[in-house]
Design a protein around this ligand. Structure first.
Ligand code: ATP
Ligand code: MG
Length: 285
């Protein structure tokens, strides 16, 4: 396990250290925050250094899901009131969490001085973590598209319902229209049968290929599982409370797929040496 993590860090060294993955969806309530948290924990088990960034401006935040009460957020860092180590909080299983909320609203109207702080922030994060998972608000609002665009890849989460399927496709299409060049991954949640999920994702990936001319990777199938609901009610992560549950095992499989894909492809934007930091700063130009 350790060797795998060390190998991954070594491989990406010299290009950039972190792999930044947005967790997004067209439709709300499909399970993004739970995917970000539990995938984060599954990656931690593989000895990877994982940071979750809460970029969801809505109400269902990572800290609420995990029963944490952060005192500070990104806004305090950007204004210079607090340093990074005062903002990042410890979650279960060695997960680190960067609370976003109101800080991210300021993010959209940022001063020159704050851009300098942001440059420093990105640099520190990129050198401290192997994987950064960004929990994005649902929908195709331009803020969301901007956030997704600065990440190396996106996991589009959907559930087996026509509205969620259509909205997931719209999100991919809009990303494509915005010249998004990162990798697109598809994950289906709340499944009653894996077979159903397989049919939906294979069709979706074919439609994306045929109509948009781009490749979308299928990264996982998460069953509907009452253990997850129980965990949410107790404000704990599923993988913390019920690691052996069906959904828990499925999150482990997704982590395995993501890590193996990394091994096969190294960093997908190898020719894009500017990395996350500069893409982030370009948002403010
Ligand atoms: N695999 C699952 N099995 C059972 N219930 C689930 C599963 N995934 C999600 N849920 C239910 O869906 C709810 C919403 O999940 P979550 O908050 O992760 O969605 P979200 O996409 O982040 O929502 P939002 O768009 O509001 O941010 C959970 O509280 C849980 O009740
Ligand atoms: Mg959420």
């Amino acid at each position: 396990m350790f060797d795998q993590a060390a190998g991954l860090r070594k491989r990406v060294n010299g290009i950039k250290n972190s792999r930044v993955i947005a967790v997004a969806s067209g439709k709300g309530g499909v399970g993004k925050t739970n995917v970000a948290v539990n995938l984060g924990l599954a990656l931690r088990k593989r000895n990877l250094r994982v940071l979750l960034i809460d970029a969801d401006l809505g109400t269902a935040n990572i800290d609420v899901l995990l029963g944490l009460t952060p005192n500070f957020h990104l806004g305090h860092f950007l204004s210079g009131e607090r340093e990074l180590n005062e903002i990042i909080i410890d979650g279960p299983g060695g997960l680190n969490i960067l609370p976003g909320t109101s800080g991210l609203e300021e993010f959209l109207d940022i001063s020159r001085r704050q851009v300098e702080r942001l440059r420093f922030l990105s640099f520190q994060l990129e050198s401290s973590y192997d994987i950064i998972l960004v929990d994005i608000s649902a929908g195709v609002h331009s803020n969301n598209i901007n956030f997704i665009s600065i990440c190396d890849e996106v996991i589009v989460v959907l559930v087996p319902e026509p509205t969620a399927i259509m909205d997931a496709y719209s999100l991919v299409k809009i990303l494509h229209n915005h010249q998004y060049s990162g990798k697109i991954n598809l994950l289906i949640n709340q499944l009653n049968s894996r077979q159903e999920g397989k049919g939906i994702l294979e069709r979706m990936s074919k439609v994306i290929r045929d109509y948009l001319g781009i490749q979308a990777e299928i990264v996982g199938y998460i069953p509907f599982d009452n253990h997850l609901r129980q965990a949410v009610k107790k404000q704990k992560a599923l993988l913390d409370l019920y690691p052996g549950s069906k959904a828990g095992q499925a999150f482990d499989e997704v982590a395995e797929v993501l890590v193996n894909k990394q091994a096969e492809n190294t960093v997908d934007r190898d020719n894009d040496k500017e990395g996350f930091i500069n893409r982030l700063l370009n948002l403010f130009k």
